[in-house]
Design a binder for this molecule. Structure first.
Ligand code: C2E
Ligand code: MG
Ligand code: MG
Length: 634
């Protein structure tokens, strides 16, 4: 077992105690030895010690002695020893104190320094160094250690500062990255939301789009089938919206569409009354199909007649002019109605039939509504067949040109020819242009057909020239749709060049319908044709667009008075007045006049007497095939 003789006393006390103990022990030992020695010596020297000596009978010797003097001397010695011991203890104590301060002061200094260092964490503190003994060495080692700790602490602080900076920088970077990420997430969510929105809604009017309508329509049809209910699909197309776009610009057009959407929205909302009274959740839906076309789904109607009430309300609502950039703009609409289950039992069929009905409403004079009917269905089917056959006809080259002469009213000589297309159908025989040109125009097939007509007319002219016929100009009819294709000028120029003809030999006949849409485009295209040297005639004058202002804007050479006026000459005074006025007006504008559809000598005479420049009609010759033309000149 470990023995701790001085407990937990400080070293200094221990040193003092040990020294004092040592001095006491030394003194005791010294005193004892002195006592021993002195005692024996004194016993021998002291006369009073052996006092009496008696011999006993048995021969033994009995010694008597008094111890008093010896005790007294010993007491004297003991006193001296005690005194010496006291003095030596005092000296030892003083020496020990000194010794203690020599040892413990530096150690205390070390302890104090350590305490201050640990309480203040100030590693720049140093214990004061004194002697070069072991404690001095200990202090300097301690100071060196402090030095190292200070250095290490300094390094640590620098490192900590660096780490702090680094953490701050990284944290800032991280925060920025998190912010950017959040921003990106928000942007992405917005973009996704936008994509979802655009997939289902129209950006301009914020109405559901075609896609959304299809979905809603099929849902409504499922519901209608289940409940044995009726629903109506309305397709609405604005009348002459292109005129607004062309005259006021597309920005104004967009404003019109927005305002129309709002008005239609009101009409559809207020049309809830047409729904069955028991259908609290009837959901009519207005959507935009694109362009100027809107659809209205009337869910759960009582009868097909309900749809017409909504249509009337819409047409009345549209009568009020729209305020667009300071202009009063009036927009009409043509509406087609298809009713489930009568007109189809799937969404696609209903849309198709409502569309067909809408076209009928347009053709019937616009700003009206029309129900889809069986005759329309037949007509639509017929158009579809004609379109298919026309495509084949273009591939198989089933078209031929017939030519009708125009004669000069002065000398009666042939002064021009008009090329008129015919379709030699493999099964139906010859088909007149009126039977297929409208379908060709609707489907855009008029463009390849028209190109072919121009090329064929030019090459026929070449053939006649080569056969020695007099050089009379040939007119071709060009539909408004061809003007929207930019290659008309190229086709004309190429065809003339290929046939080696001067552009003066070609007359382009256009109808007033080219002014209905894309007026500027038409005027530009005609001007380019005129610049090329081609002549331009306005066909069927008086039948269509009744504004005369365009006569000044179009770069024309002549106008052709429509057959409907000519045929009534001699029977109808008004027609005669119109013909007279048209001739005078055309001459006033520096244009030549052609009378069309002249069938009688009386009509010819009237036209001649009113200075009509050229005459055309069965009276002078019906349209005939190209190879019959030479006879005409003979
Ligand atoms: P259009 O250009 O006004 O041609 C005159 C039409 O009146 C021709 O009918 C002609 O046969 C007919 N016609 C001429 N004289 C008389 C007459 O005295 N009495 C009667 N009743 N009719 C007469 P067609 O050939 O049937 O052409 C009809 C229309 O088809 C043309 O009217 C023209 O607008 C269009 N058309 C003809 N060929 C083409 C073509 O190649 N391209 C285009 N885009 N349209 C064409
Ligand atoms: Mg014509
Ligand atoms: Mg005509």
């Amino acid at each position: 077992m470990y023995i701790r003789p001085f407990g937990d006393r400080p070293i200094a006390q221990k040193v003092t105690l040990v020294s004092m103990l040592a001095s006491v022990v030394a003194l005791l030992l010294t005193s004892l030895s002195i006592f021993a020695y002195e005692g024996v010596a004194d016993l021998r020297a002291e006369p009073g010690v052996v006092a009496t000596c008696v011999y006993q009978q048995d021969g033994s010797l009995l010694l008597y002695s008094s111890t008093t003097p010896m005790v007294q001397r010993l007491a004297g010695y003991a006193g001296i020893v005690f005194l010496v011991m006291l003095i030596s203890t005092a000296v030892t104590y003083l020496l020990a104190r000194r010794l203690r301060s020599l040892i413990s002061d530096p150690i205390q200094n070390l302890v104090d320094t350590s305490r201050r260092v640990s309480s203040t964490h100030d590693y720049s503190l140093r214990a004061s160094e004194g002697s070069a003994d072991e404690i001095g060495l200990l202090i300097s080692s301690y100071n060196e250690m402090l030095e190292q700790v200070q250095q290490r602490n300094h390094d640590l602080e620098r490192h900590r500062d660096y780490l702090d900076d680094e953490v701050c920088t990284r944290t800032a970077e991280l925060e920025k990255a998190v912010e950017e990420l959040q921003e990106e997430i928000v942007q992405r969510e917005k973009a996704e939301e936008r994509v979802r929105y655009l997939a289902n809604y129209d950006d301009l009017t914020a109405l559901p789009n075609r896609q959304r309508l299809k979905e809603r329509l099929s849902e409504a049809l499922v519901e209608a089938r289940r409940n044995d209910a009726m629903l109506a699909l309305l397709i609405l197309d604005l009348d002459r919206f292109k005129e607004i776009n062309d005259s006021l610009g597309h920005g104004a057009g967009d404003l019109v569409l927005k305002q129309v959407a709002e008005r239609l929205g009101q009409c559809v909302r207020s049309s809830d009354s047409v729904a069955r009274p028991d259908s609290a959740n009837s959901a009519h839906m207005l959507s935009r199909q694109g362009g100027d076309e809107f659809t209205i789904l009337l869910d759960k109607i009582n009868s097909a007649y309900d749809a017409s009430r909504v249509c009337s309300r819409i047409l009345t609502a549209l009568e009020e002019p729209f305020q667009i950039n300071g202009h009063d703009v009036v927009v009409g609409a043509s509406i087609g109605i298809a009713v489930y289950p009568h007109d189809g039992d799937d969404g696609e069929t209903l849309i198709k039939h409502a569309d067909t009905a809408m076209y009928h409403a347009k053709q019937a004079g616009r700003n009206d509504y029309e129900y889809f009917s069986d005759s329309m269905k037949k007509e639509a089917l017929h158009k579809l067949t004609v379109e298919g056959d026309l495509r084949k006809a273009i591939e198989r080259n089933e078209f031929v040109l017939h030519y009708q002469p125009k004669v000069s009213s002065k000398d009666g000589k042939v002064c021009g020819l008009e090329a008129l297309v015919r379709w030699e159908h493999p099964e139906q025989g010859r088909i007149p242009p009126d039977a297929f040109i409208p379908v060709a125009e609707e489907t855009g097939l008029i463009v390849p057909i028209g190109d072919w007509v121009i090329r064929a007319a030019c090459s026929q002219m070449r053939a006649w020239r080569d056969a020695g016929l007099p050089p009379v100009p040939v007119a071709v009819n060009v539909s408004s749709r061809q003007f929207r294709k930019c290659n008309l000028l190229e086709t004309v120029a190429e065809s003339l060049a290929e046939a080696g003809l001067s552009p003066r030999n070609l007359v382009i006949e256009v109808t007033e319908s080219i002014m209905l849409q894309h007026e500027e485009q038409a005027v530009r295209a005609l001007t380019r044709l005129k610049d090329l040297g081609v002549r331009v005639a306005l066909d069927d004058f008086g039948t269509g667009y009744s504004a005369l202002g365009y006569l000044r804007r179009l770069p024309l050479d002549s106008i052709k008075i429509d057959r409907c006026f000519v045929s009534e000459l001699g029977q109808n005074e008004q027609s005669a007045s119109i013909v007279e006025a048209v001739i005078a007006m055309a001459h006033g504008l520096g244009l030549e006049v052609v009378g069309e559809g002249v069938e009688t000598e009386e009509q010819a005479e009237f036209l001649r007497s009113h200075d009509c420049d050229e005459l055309q009609g069965y009276l002078f010759g019906a349209p005939v095939a190209g190879d019959a033309i030479p006879e005409l000149f003979e």
